[in-house]
Structure formats: structure tokens, C-alpha cells
Design a protein around this ligand. Sequence first.
Ligand code: NAD
Ligand code: IPM
Ligand code: MN
Length: 352
Amino acid sequence: GRAYAIASIPGDGIGVDVTREARKVLDRAADRHGFALRWTEFDWSCERYTRTGSMMPEDGIDRLAEFDGILLGAVGFPGVPDHVSLWGLLIPVRRAFAQYVNLRPVRLLPGTTSALAGRTVDELEMVIVRENSEGEYSEIGGRHNTGQPSEFVLQTSVFTRVGVERIIRYAFELARTRAGRVCSATKSNGLIHSMPYWDEIFTEIAAGYPDVHSEQMHVDALAARMVQRPDLLDVVVASNLFGDILSDLAAAVTGGLGMAPSGNINPPGEHPSMFEAVHGSAPDIAGKGIANPVAQILAGAMLLEHLGQLDAARAVHAAVEKVLAEGAVATPDLGGTATTAELGSAVADAVG
Ligand code: NAD
Ligand code: IPM
Ligand code: MN
């Protein structure tokens, strides 16, 4: 069978634990479906930063460029400022490889309980298409420290026509393969340059998809809808910051951060794409061996799907669903007492 070269960057905190379990499950799926994953592990992390002064080596991006895919744990840990660690690893990888889509599927799985009372599986099935390369996450700006009460800082958002068009187009194309609805997160009542521009481009592109139902909602109202009427949502397209916030909210309404996967996708496939859980390094539970590995395992399934190994991806999904539905092996966030490794092994065994 075919062999794929995969880079693994476990990173910090629970990223290390959940990535170990995801690899266990992915290797089992590869074995059962007649292909191989050839892993190269990189120790890029806050620990490395503390030792060497950088999150990754100078040629880090070049080294990743040759891989078929990247599995990332989490980046960031107390002791290193978050803007240093994240802008030293995660964000440069997303940008260098033009991973301009951050795809965050949201699904209530059987056997898990939504934070929303009375919601059933078919009422909670959406996907967040988050812009992942520009917008509010910008290096433009600066501090004007004067020590006076009049001091201020500036943080400038950057929305390019190319950047906005491609993410919105991606959302409409995706909607055609799903329930055929796109909801755009805006805030053009408060932000008077960026979001009116985003809305204009959304309207232009929507006109080319008369078969897709399109609507725009201010992100504050959309947050409320996500809790009260999530059944009305299918594809949600959002800017970098809005998409970040909405994706943790969406995770919470479908069983928590331990359940939510994501893919940083380079749609043309010219560069490697990177898969990771939506959650971070969870310093509050790091080192305890109790993190839920499901989000990272499902991110691994997205990686398999991206590689074209659809049967293997489906098998991983089915294994997760089986183990969750049985309920015998569950981490504390799911109401059980299992360890990260026990849940990972149960899923691997369910793969076959
Ligand atoms: P977090 O997602 O790490 O944790 C938020 C809460 O959710 C915590 O209570 C944590 O225990 C819980 N949680 C998260 N994942 C869990 C899992 N798999 N199982 C059980 N519980 C889980 O968010 P944070 O505390 O804001 O961030 C911690 C660090 O991670 C920060 O340095 C942050 O910048 C970084 N971070 C990195 C990424 C990334 O690498 N993609 C994403 C988010 C945050
Ligand atoms: C995520 C994270 C990152 C983001 C942070 C850690 C920079 O929250 O992947 O959701 O906001 O993109
Ligand atoms: Mn986030």
C-alpha cells in the first residue's frame, strides 16, 4: 500500500497526550486499510523555546514543506507569553502554507450530552468555515506607551479582496455538499470599514449561488442563535477572530472542547495542510493524563480524509461513535473516570 509522510508536532501540555492517542488510532486505521503513515516527530514547543530561545528552528517551515500532512497538538503554556509562542509556531505555519481555511465541523455524537438541554443529534450538525490567514490577526499596529493617561495601542485588521473572496466561495461550495445554507458572521454595525466590505463581497458571491440559502447575522446575534436554534445553522462562515470565538462556543454546545476537531486547509493542495483539535494545551489538566483525546482523534480522521483515505477516515469516526455510545470508557469531561490512554486504546481497538 501507499505510504504517507506525516509530521507530528505534539507541542505543549495536553497536546502531547492527545497526539499520542491520535497516532495510535491512525496507525491502527492505516494498518487495517492497507496503507502506512511514516511519522516524523518535532519537539517544537514552549519547552524548546525555554531551552533555545525559539519555538522552532529557522528552517522549520522548509522542513514541514515536504510532508503530506501535519498533525499538531497544541501550542502555548504558562511561562512563555502566548503571543510569543503562537506567533512563533502555529500562526506562521498557517500562513506560510496558505492554510486559509480553518474547517471546524460541529456534530453532536451519539452517547454524548449537549450543554443544551433536549438537543438531539440531527439538530446539531454544522461546520464553521473560519478565515485563517488575515483579518483581525494582524501584525500591523503598535504600542504608543507614554506613561500618560492618553497612551494607546493600535491593532489593525486587514481584509483583502482575495482573502475574503476565497473563504466565502469555499463556504458556498461546501454548502452545496451539505444542507445548502450559509450564514455569514458580520458586525457591520460596529466595525465600519472591515465588516461592511466583508458583507459586500458576501453578497456578490452569494448571487452566484442561487441554489444556496444565504444570510448574514451580526456575530453577537449569531452566538445567541448557536445556543437557541442551532438547527437553523449549516455552514457558518466567519472572519479569523469571530470564527475562533464561535468555534469554542460550537464545541461547548456539542459536548465540549474535548470533542471538537479542526483542519487548517490549503485548498489547492500546493502546501501541506495541518490538523489539530480546536482546544489548546489545557494547563489546568496538563500532566494528569485525563484529557479527552477524541477531538484530536477526529482531527486525525480529517487528516485521513484529506489524504484521500476515506474508508479509514470513516472507520475512525465509527470507532469513536461506538466507544462513546457504549459509554463504558469516558474521560472526566464526559462524566467518566477513564484516562486519556484508556479512551485512545478503546477507540484504536474499535477500529479493528
Ligand atoms: P484550552 O482549550 O487549552 O482550555 C480551556 C478549558 O477546556 C480548560 O478548562 C481545559 O481543561 C478544557 N479542555 C480543553 N481541551 C480539553 C480536552 N481535550 N479534554 C478535557 N478538557 C479540555 O484553552 P486556554 O486555557 O485558553 O489555552 C491554554 C493554552 O493553549 C494557551 O497558551 C493558549 O494560547 C493555547 N491554545 C493553543 C491552541 C492551539 O495550539 N491550536 C488553541 C487554543 C489555545
Ligand atoms: C485556535 C487557537 C488559536 C487561534 C490561538 C492559540 C492563536 O485559539 O486555533 O483556535 O486563535 O487561532
Ligand atoms: Mn481558538
